[in-house]
Design a protein around this ligand. Structure first.
Ligand SMILES: Nc1ccn([C@@H]2O[C@H](COP(=O)(O)OP(=O)(O)O)[C@@H](O)[C@H]2O)c(=O)n1
Ligand SMILES: [Ca+2]
Length: 507
């Protein structure tokens, strides 16, 4: 079309040139045509650019409630409406932490479980534009706290789920159900989240493994070769995403979240039923009274409360990291592997592959202890120093940290180092493959985003078709071509003018 303009303009000039002798206005007419040509090109480029400009962005929303063992969190996600299937497009818009404990703690007053969510639901209502409310899917997924309650008492578990369901149904959102997700789902969707956010799924190779530490369970998930997954079907999840096949190894260790594992350690150390427990995993000078039932009532504890024991015991710290490691070692079972390789407790695990992102409590604990960017050996030393610091000094040093968390860091840090090395087989050499992360590109690492992407079919199995040129490339090419044609027009005008003038001189 632009080429047509140029040819037309040249034709006009030629005609004009012939008319020139007779017409005293020829100069003005030539200038007029040149200006007209410029205006035509500018109009053409402007129209083409505006026509192809991305439309004003409209957003869609999705809400996922993570009903964890220790607390419930509400995540609101947002994405451009016309780019639903593009990787990396869904972002966390808002986060709300529900006040109080996890929903499984309301087993004796189930109505309270639903009620506890109300404030965060109100926040969600304000954070999603009103006209989008009815089309915004809302999901609740409960994890290990509710898995344990289901094992303990199915009826109480149903009542708690019923109570949250009642509240969620009454919201203006498109409620899609509240359920207990499986350990495999928790692990696999954590892996999807991490790889979606770091934009690795479209590239098809070099994915990142996911390590999730909760309060009641912990998950390890990573991509392996197809033949590695054959040994244990229950540890295998396969996905086809953006045209690539992924064979994932995943395992969720129930009772190996950091709060339940502490109960395992306390039960292990109170077998004799003494009235005082001297615990190397707590700082020297730390002392508190604990009831036996707070330890032994968990379904993770299979041993009975010691017969000789009274109501409770004094839990006293002695602060010794090496002895603490021995306490932690006793809650792992390294015998009885029936597969080619195992992690612990007879669970199959193929050799570790690639990089890993470690999130949730891994991040909280390691970040507090300043163990996120050092060698394994240095981290062991730092850990020993923290454990041997007297409790009074720790409290003085961190007056703003909740005492319960502060007291447990020696135990939790020792447990994390032991789990990653002796449990999963990370070594001094492979330690640097683990990155302790909270967020990736502004969104929290965790299973919730992967869960929503899967349920809303937002990750297609096959790679979507993309235009041959991105918008910026298209505009650049258009401008460049127009500029070139304009220059050709000017040159042609000039050479015609020169020829015209010389012809006149000859005449
Ligand atoms: N700021 C925070 C928040 C949570 N946490 C811990 O992170 C863990 C989160 O577990 P969770 O509630 O998701 O439990 P699961 O159901 O995933 O096992 C709990 O052990 C919390 O105590 C922490 O250490 N620091
Ligand atoms: Ca969790």
């Amino acid at each position: 079309m632009c080429g047509g303009c140029v040819v037309g303009a040249i034709y006009c000039i030629t005609v004009l040139c012939k008319m020139k002798e007779k017409n005293p206005w020829h100069k003005a007419v030539v200038i007029f045509i040149a200006v007209l040509g410029i205006i035509a090109i500018v109009a053409l480029v402007t129209t083409a650019v505006l026509q192809n400009k991305p439309l004003q962005q409209k957003f869609k929303y999705g809400i996922v409630l993570d009903a964890g063992s220790s607390h419930t969190a509400v995540y609101i996600y947002e994405w451009p409406a016309e780019k639903e299937n593009d990787t990396g497009r869904v972002k966390q818009k808002h986060f709300c932490q529900v006040k109080g404990p996890g929903i499984s703690s309301y087993s004796l007053s189930p109505e309270q479980a639903g009620h506890s969510l109300r404030l965060c639901i109100q926040e969600a209502v304000l954070n999603v534009p009103r006209r989008r409310h009815h089309e915004t899917p809302l999901y609740l997924g409960a994890t290990a706290g509710m898995r344990l309650l289901r094992m303990e008492n199915q009826s109480l578990c149903d009542q708690v789920l019923g109570s949250v369901e009642k509240v969620l149904q009454s919201t203006p959102f498109d409620y899609q159900g509240a359920r207990i997700i499986s350990g495999q789902e928790e692990g696999a969707f954590g892996w999807v989240t991490v790889n979606y956010l770091s934009d690795r799924l479209k590239q098809g190779s070099g994915t990142t493994g996911a390590l999730d530490l909760g309060g009641a369970s912990t998950q390890i998930t990573f991509a392996t070769n197809q033949d590695e997954t054959g040994e244990s079907a229950e540890n295998t999840v396969t996905f086809r995403l953006y045209g690539n096949d992924y064979f994932l190894y995943t395992h969720s260790f129930l009772c190996y979240g950091k709060d339940q594992v502490l109960k395992l350690a306390l039960a292990q150390q109170t077998q004799a039923g003494a009235s005082t427990l001297l615990d190397p995993c707590f700082n020297q000078g730390y002392s508190t009274n604990l009831s036996y039932s707070s330890v032994y009532s968990s379904p993770c504890i299979t041993t009975q409360k010691p017969l000789a024991a009274g109501e409770g015991f004094t839990h006293r710290g002695t602060g010794n990291a090496l002895q603490c490691q021995e306490v932690v070692r006793r809650i792992f079972n390294f015998s009885g592997c029936t597969f080619s390789h195992c992690s612990f407790n007879g669970v199959y695990q193929p050799p570790l592959q690639g990089q890993f992102g470690a999130f949730s409590a891994y991040y909280f604990v390691m970040n507090f202890l300043n163990l996120t960017s050092d060698t394994l050996e240095n981290n062991m030393e730092k850990m020993a120093r923290y454990c041997s610091t007297p409790w009074t000094q720790i409290k003085q040093q961190f007056p703003n940290v909740k005492e319960k968390y502060l007291a447990e860091y020696c135990f939790s840090g020792t447990y994390i180092l032991f789990l990653l090395t002796h449990g999963y087989n990370f070594t001094s050499d492979t330690w640097s493959n683990i990155k302790f992360i909270k967020k990736i590109s502004g969104s929290d690492a965790g299973w919730t985003l992967g869960y929503m992407l899967n349920l809303t079919n937002m990750i297609p199995a096959e790679a979507p078709d993309t235009p041959p040129l991105p918008h910026a490339g298209y505009v650049t090419l258009l401008l460049f071509t127009s500029l070139l044609l304009f220059l050709i027009l000017l040159c042609s005008l000039r050479s015609l003018w020169v020829r015209c003038t010389s012809q006149r001189q000859i005449i």
